[in-house]
Ligand binder design. Structure first.
Ligand code: KG4
Ligand code: ZN
Length: 339
């Protein structure tokens, strides 16, 4: 089954073609980072308008590049939530309408399901069950995954998401938007021994996270030492070390408690090199395995939506003709797909 996937939940327009037999045929992406950078964050209305402008040209170039004809496509998957409502509406309206005009079924995909299944596009793909660490701009979740759609949330953030904490801390250090990758770069020049930030919520049981205190810690440290030119890099380093350590501690706990040896990491912060080193060391320590998507599939993309949607469509799930999105939507509400 050949499925077109469309991602438009935030500031990236992604389209991809995934075939349940042949695998990923191609994908293409347009990032709106330059559009939003001057405002220091995503402007929802500008995001929606840009998705309108880019989705169909991206699809045309993907079809030309892969040699796939529209008539070869057997189904359409689009991100139905969670995300920015206007941005979601654009992808849903385009996806649902294309499916209707082509006479094929359509399915709305949960954006975080896309992220957590993204490592399945790699070889070797993780087998079920696994524990997934989802660390993006909007979410920080530990999820037990027993199959496609069989998700149990083990831990969640009580305040900021990991990526959001990276972005806000980067902003207060004077870095551009989105600051996460820039902060990670700056941290490389930082002294790991100068400042020590807390590891929030690691001294009590449970798998929930809280990152907003770290941002405040970074702010007060910056106010005290800001006049020293080296302080920014040292603060970036202390902040990143604290986030990475906290995530590693909670992953260790989740793997031990669930008795599962496989860890899957996904979402934009999953591209962070220090986090990958920390989790690789954890897998060695526990004799387990850790799976990552390729870097371009850590952040938002159409391939993960085409993948998740293809298995749902193949199992017979599909949406009615109404164009519906869900800006708020828990992973635990999804229907399981039997293998
Ligand atoms: O998954 P994603 O592309 O979008 C959401 O669904 O949120 O994640 C974007 C987030 C941003 O907060 C960005 O700063 C962060 O991922 N990010 C990073 C890195 N690359 C992206 N954070 C830390 N280190 C990185 N290398
Ligand atoms: Zn995302």
């Amino acid at each position: 089954m050949l499925v077109l996937g469309i991602e438009s939940s935030c500031d990236e327009t992604g389209v991809a073609l995934f075939d349940t037999g042949a695998g990923l045929l191609g994908h293409t992406l347009h990032s709106q980072v330059d559009l939003h950078a001057q405002y220091g964050g995503v402007v929802p209305e500008l995001a929606s308008r840009d998705h309108v402008r880019k989705a169909l040209p991206l699809l045309r170039s993907l079809l030309a590049e892969t040699g796939v004809k529209a008539s070869d496509i057997n189904g359409v998957a689009y991100t139905a939530g969670p995300g920015l409502i206007g941005a979601l509406m654009v992808g849903a309206a385009i996806g649902r309408s294309l499916a209707w005009s082509w006479g094929v079924p359509a399915v709305g995909v949960h954006h975080m399901e896309g992220h957590l299944l993204a490592p399945m596009l790699e070889t070797p793909a993780p087998e079920f069950p696994f524990v997934a660490l989802l660390v993006s701009g909007g979410h920080t979740l530990l999820v037990r995954v027993d199959g496609i759609g069989a998700y149990r949330i083990l831990g969640d953030t009580l305040d900021d998401a990991a990526g959001e904490a990276f972005d806000k801390t980067a902003k207060l250090l004077g870095l551009d938007y989105p600051g996460g990758p820039l902060l990670a770069e700056l941290a490389q020049q930082g002294d790991p021994d100068r400042f020590h930030f807390p590891r929030p919520m690691t001294d009590r049981p449970g798998l929930d996270f809280s990152f907003s205190g770290l941002k405040t810690f970074a702010l007060t440290t910056f106010q005290k030492h800001g006049s020293d030119p080296q302080a920014r890099a040292d603060i970036a380093r202390a902040f990143q070390d604290a986030v990475v350590d906290t995530l590693v501690i909670k992953c260790r706990r989740a793997l031990r408690q669930s008795g599962i040896g496989r860890l899957v990491v996904a979402g934009g912060v999953g591209a962070n090199r220090a986090l990958r080193q920390g989790l690789d060391a954890l897998a060695d320590e526990l004799g387990g395995e850790v799976f990552y998507p390729r870097l371009e599939f850590c952040t938002d993309n159409g391939a993960m939506i085409a993948y998740a949607g293809a298995w749902r469509l193949q199992a017979g799930q599909q949406q009615g003709l109404a164009i519906e999105v869900r800006p708020r939507w828990s992973l635990e509400e999804l229907d399981a797909v039997s293998a």
